[in-house]
Design a protein around this ligand. Structure first.
Ligand code: PEP
Length: 254
């Protein structure tokens, strides 16, 4: 069985003091959670605070981005070895804000996925269509392109270990989540594609998250879907109460 995984993407929110405040409340609220993997994704400068503040717990930590080179003349970038040295477990790669605001290409994202594995961390590869692409009937071709290029050159064992987050861009930060049918369809399509490109076993093992306006009120209907193994949560992960509620609701389903 695939262990459900609920990850927070704090985006550009929470300085160190705010992260400490969050952790004081959040640790208490999730201390009896044992069947859901929890991941917190703070900004780069808050990573060490969150890593230290989750020591002795089962909570894992993700960076929100990484560069694919280990060192060099790349002003403003952070290397994979710097994140693994800090103690990061996961790295979010190819988030739609990285693709659409910062112009990351499928090629950049594939290099980042490889770089994350090289430093023994696990990528959370984000894929998803924009509203225009959806309206033009291109959802599946976009997911196919992003997933095939994101996974290019990986071994089946790496794919089986990683996380793919299906995040329809039109559902991110809008308060309008995808319908359960659309969320399930996007995740099933991604799983079937992994099975086709790799093999059935890899398709069965890869964990798929849905992301896009998950809140406590819609967590049950989204997290109970057969091909959804968890969620990537933005806005609702900033509040320890709503994020822990999403986690508890998910645990009850398993
Ligand atoms: C995200 O940032 O990945 C996300 C899903 O955000 P939100 O939950 O706010 O839609």
């Amino acid at each position: 069985m695939r262990t459900p995984i609920i990850a927070a993407n704090w985006k550009l929110h929470k300085n160190r003091a705010e992260a400490k405040e969050f952790l004081n409340e959040f640790r208490e609220k999730v201390k009896y959670i044992s069947d859901v993997e929890i991941v917190l994704g703070p900004t780069f400068t808050t990573l060490d605070t969150v890593i230290e503040g989750t020591e002795g717990t089962e909570i894992n930590v993700a960076a929100q981005n990484v560069y694919y080179e280990q060192e060099g003349a790349f002003t403003g970038e952070i290397a994979p070895n710097m994140l693994s040295e800090l103690g990061c477990d996961y790295v979010i790669v190819g988030h739609s804000e990285r693709r659409h605001i910062f112009g990351e290409t499928d090629g950049d994202i594939n290099k980042k996925v490889h770089a994350v594995f090289e430093d023994e961390m696990t990528p959370i590869l984000c894929i998803g269509e924009t509203e225009d692409e959806r309206n033009e009937g291109k959802t599946q071709s976009v997911l196919k392109r992003q997933l095939e290029s994101g996974l290019d050159g990986l071994d089946p064992s790496q794919v089986a270990e990683m996380i793919v987050a299906y995040e329809p861009v039109w559902a991110i930060g809008t308060g309008e989540s995808a319908s359960p049918e659309d969320a399930q369809e996007g995740c099933k399509f991604s799983r079937d594609l992994v099975s086709e490109v790799y093999d059935e076993e890899t398709g069965e093992q890869v964990r798929l998250q849905y992301g896009g306006s998950i809140k406590p009120h819609n967590a049950e209907e989204l997290m109970s879907l057969p091909d959804i193994d968890g969620g990537l949560v933005g806005g609702a992960s900033l509040d320890p109460k709503s994020f822990s509620e999403i986690i508890s609701i998910t645990e009850e389903l398993y």
